[in-house]
Write a protein that binds this ligand. Structure first.
Ligand SMILES: Cc1cc2nc3c(=O)[nH]c(=O)nc-3n(C[C@H](O)[C@H](O)[C@H](O)COP(=O)(O)O)c2cc1C
Length: 512
């Protein structure tokens, strides 16, 4: 397969990301050709495979159980769903038979699952040192390149992680449905999966590090990827006591064999199909040398007093892990049940928690996103629009009817109904344009990854408490931002998560 000719480079730093911004705001008209959807997984031929244990690890897991449980908890085919067809414009039931699909533990825009995971490990009994692709259909590892590539994928002096997990995105898999808008979803899904990986890995006794600033070019080359078909979005490093010890010098003595495995179906190239995505991706492959990390965004406070919330007791992975098996997107809206104040504190605390990443200051809190929310029905709290900061809700400087203005601006009836029924809508916001000016094109990607992290942590906290959540990307629109007063602060909402008590209904989901 000849490599794709890259799009022309834009000589003005930040120009490609700025040009992409309107395309990442709203999907265009959706193509109606489900018969042409590419399969939501990669399968390789001409390579050795290693089956993974399916049963979740308990007690002190051995190394294969750690790998099997981590990958099953990230991208495993763990749920079957019967989905009753509705008109996407009105939400009305359609007179058609239900469809059946398999779902994964973490959410994905339109259930397109564009993210594929690769693992680099050292030698262990029954597991030769190699770069593997996780085959979610067979729950097994396909060796795409022999040798120990951990050091090359995650260079750090004197430290070789037990596992390097590379998340990549297959651009066309989402774009076939959402076109240019798919790039935004894929960055958020990277964040979703990083939060999920941290939660699952820490529950297994691992320590985790996240690398969002890596130079993508050598990583793509090592994985044998054409960056305009499929490309790395984040790298995760992991240490676990059950991993086999790597002898001195062993990791450095990596045979750099060329990839031998072949994907059965090569993903389509987006270089010509999606010019804005291709251009922003090209400009984001490596950080600008003079990148300056912008200050955290802080929405301006309104006149009312800040409301301190009870201590958040769900921020840790152990507590969030209870949500992993329970989480599914609310598909039937929400019951009119008020949300408890402690639950609100737990959900917001989890969303705002720091993470083990490589941007400055993120151990304490996300660097690119701040959290705003619309409270409609929380015990003891006045409904309204707030920013969440340091364990307190700070009213936004907006008129009292701002929540109703947001509802009026939501064009799609199912989204409006969800918004009106949810006890809480959580909106990660970022100073996208200022960030792109100071840091470069890659800030777009980093901000959306952080948004995904925050959303998934909130969704897991909600699920752990018996609540449910659903991302509604279209609720994060110009009208919502206007009603929240965000443009005055140079801020943009990146997504919206509705949270509440789910209404039971005819969507059957179960854990295998
Ligand atoms: C980044 C992202 C964006 C999403 N946007 C929407 C959306 O705009 N509307 C919607 O109904 N669901 C949205 N979803 C939810 C997906 O449709 C849902 O995750 C998928 O159907 C799989 O179902 P599950 O979450 O129950 O596993 C989104 C999910 C993600 C991760």
């Amino acid at each position: 397969m000849p490599p794709t000719a890259p799009p022309a480079a834009d000589p003005v730093p930040g120009a490609a990301a700025r040009a992409y911004l309107p395309h990442g705001r709203h999907p265009g008209p959706l193509p109606q050709s489900p018969g042409l959807l590419p399969p939501p997984n990669l399968v390789h031929t001409d390579c050795p495979t290693v089956p993974l244990p399916w049963e979740p690890a308990e007690g002190a897991p051995d190394w294969p159980a750690v790998l099997g449980t981590l990958l099953r908890g990230l991208l495993g085919r763990t749920r079957a769903n019967w989905m009753y067809p509705v008109d996407p414009a009105t939400g009305a039931a359609l007179p058609a038979p239900p469809g059946q699909g398999d779902c994964r533990p973490a959410p994905s825009g339109g259930a397109r699952y564009p993210i594929e995971a690769y693992l680099a490990v050292g030698a262990a009994p029954g597991l030769p040192a190699a770069l593997y692709h996780y085959d979610s259909v067979g729950h097994r590892l396909s060796a795409v390149r022999s040798g120990d590539h951990r050091q090359a994928l995650a260079p750090a002096p004197g430290e070789v992680p037990d596992l390097v997990l590379v998340l990549t995105t297959v651009f066309w898999r989402s774009a076939v449905k959402y076109r240019e808008f798919g790039y935004r979803l894929q960055q958020q899904e990277t964040g979703v999966l990083l939060a999920q990986a941290q939660t699952v890995a820490e529950s297994l006794g691992a320590t985790v590090g996240m690398r969002l600033r890596q130079d993508d070019r050598p990583v793509d080359a090592l994985l044998g990827l054409d960056p305009y078909r499929q490309s790395v979005t984040a790298v995760l490093t992991l240490h676990h006591p059950a991993a086999p010890a790597t002898g001195p010098g062993e990791a450095q003595a990596a045979p750099q064999a060329a990839p031998t495995a072949r994907p059965v179906t090569a993903p389509a190239s987006i270089a010509r199909l999606l010019p804005y995505t291709a251009a922003v991706h090209r400009a984001s492959l490596a950080e600008r040398a003079d990148a300056v990390q912008p200050a955290r965004p802080v929405p301006a406070p309104g006149a009312g007093p800040a409301v301190r919330l009870p201590g958040a007791d769900l921020a840790g992975s152990a507590a969030l892990h209870a949500g992993v098996a329970r989480r599914a997107s609310a598909s039937n809206g929400f019951l009119p049940v008020p949300m408890d104040r402690r639950a609100l504190a737990a959900v917001l605390g989890a969303a705002a928690a720091g993470y083990p990443g490589d941007l400055a200051g993120v151990a304490a809190a996300p660097a690119a996103v701040a959290l705003c929310c619309v409270i409609r029905d929380v015990t003891g709290l006045a409904p309204g629009c707030y920013a969440y900061r340091d364990g307190a809700l700070v009213p936004l400087p907006v008129p009292a009817d701002a929540p109703e203005r947001i509802a009026a601006g939501l064009a799609a009836p199912p989204t409006r109904l969800d918004y009106l029924e949810a006890a809480l809508t959580l909106l990660p916001v970022a100073a996208l344009e200022a960030g792109i000016d100071g840091y470069g094109d890659r800030w777009y990607r980093l901000a959306h990854i952080e948004a995904g992290l925050a959303l998934q942590r909130a969704a897991l906290a909600a699920a752990a408490l018996g609540l449910s959540a659903r991302i509604r990307s279209d609720a994060s629109c110009a009208a919502t931002d206007e009603a929240l007063g965000l443009p005055a602060d140079g801020l943009t909402s990146l997504s919206a998560l509705h949270i509440g008590t789910p209404r039971p209904g005819p969507v059957l989901g179960f854990l295998v």
